[in-house]
Design a protein. Structure first.
Ligand code: SAM
Length: 310
């Protein structure tokens, strides 16, 4: 698919969910190829504003010109765990009308062998969305303890063969450093052969390592908390997640923030600071059959929407 043909995931439901006000202030916390950003910007008038964030320098460098030359658009390289600082620095605390987080990796990240995300393409075992900070997958695998690795594969990959795969990785790294995606995929395949499964045996291990290397779950938790702080009353929060670990965090957060604390439940006069900060909007949205047929990666996408309460 050429970059021009890029159709963002769950586009219609996101645009509807954001309930865009033409003169509003919006944040796209995960620019990627700018698919959602372009559509949001098109719906704003000359007083509207869109701030787009991405931690990946390649996403920033290749942001579409239609966005970067638009004075209503601002591009920020950083991560969503810094959301509040980014918004505060611009004097927009409590002024944001809508936020979108379309989590996970982008197609260019997955497709480019050099980024090291894919077991289908041989490349350096990196997996960092921001290759200028943190520890690469290869460095992490070189020193992690076997028990810790088993735990990570179980928790973040939901891998049932975690112990066997972790043992194989630890034995293999004693022979030679694991520096290529194909090398890691081979180790996993040998330790945990396919045996008729639909998914490649390395799928879950690669997911688990990617989550750790990018602190993906910590990022989501921080971003959700901060999003609520920067939103205006009536503002919308749209979050698309791609696996159950992410979705569980989003679901719990939105549920907890949309309820009174237990001790106040059913009481007539709840102090302001204990009133729910969010209202849930509709049910979670998944891709239609036709979207999945056109874009198989949308199959696991799940959109949750909430509105900032008083
Ligand atoms: C699924 S893609 C977004 C696609 C985008 N909505 C589009 O239509 O092109 C996710 C993007 O978010 C970025 N990203 C993921 N987690 C991030 C985080 N914690 N902070 C900032 N950017 C993040 C990734 O680098 C990637 O470019």
């Amino acid at each position: 698919m050429s970059s021009n043909a890029h159709v963002p995931v769950l586009l219609g439901p996101v645009l509807e969910g954001l309930k865009i006000k033409p003169d509003g202030c919006y944040v796209d916390g995960t620019l990627g190829r700018g698919g959602h950003s372009k559509e949001i910007l098109q719906r704003l008038n000359e007083r509207g504003r869109l701030i787009a964030i991405d931690r990946d320098p390649q996403a920033i460098a290749s942001a579409p010109e239609i966005l970067t030359r638009d004075p209503r658009f601002e591009l920020v390289r950083g991560d969503i765990a810094q959301l509040e600082t980014c918004i505060d620095e611009r004097g927009l605390h409590g002024e944001v009308d809508g936020l979108l987080f379309d989590l996970g990796v982008s197609s260019p990240q997955l497709d480019e062998a050099d980024r090291g995300f894919s077991f289908m393409r041989d490349g350096p075992l990196d997996m960092r969305m921001d290759p200028d900070s943190g520890t690469s997958a290869s460095e992490w695998l070189a020193t992690v303890g076997e028990q810790e690795l088993t735990k990570v594969l179980r928790q973040f990959g939901e891998e049932t063969n975690a112990r066997r795969i972790a043992g194989a990785i630890v034995r293999a790294r004693a022979q030679a450093p694991i520096e290529r995606t194909a090398h890691l995929a081979r180790i996993i395949e040998e330790a945990s052969p396919r045996r008729g499964q639909k998914i490649h045996p390395a799928t879950k291990t690669f997911q688990a390592i990617r989550i750790v290397v990018n602190d993906e779950l910590g990022q989501i938790e921080a971003a959700l908390r901060q999003a609520v702080n920067v939103m205006k009353r009536g503002a919308r929060l749209c979050v698309i997640s791609f696996h159950s670990l992410e979705d569980r965090i989003v679901k719990r957060f939105m549920r907890d923030e949309s309820r009174e604390p237990e001790q106040f439940r059913g009481m007539p006069n709840i102090p302001d600071e204990f009133r729910p900060k969010l209202k849930l909007v509709g049910k979670p949205v998944t891709a239609s059959d036709s979207e999945i047929a056109a874009n198989p990666r949308s199959r696991s996408a799940r959109l949750r929407i909430a509105e900032r309460a008083a």
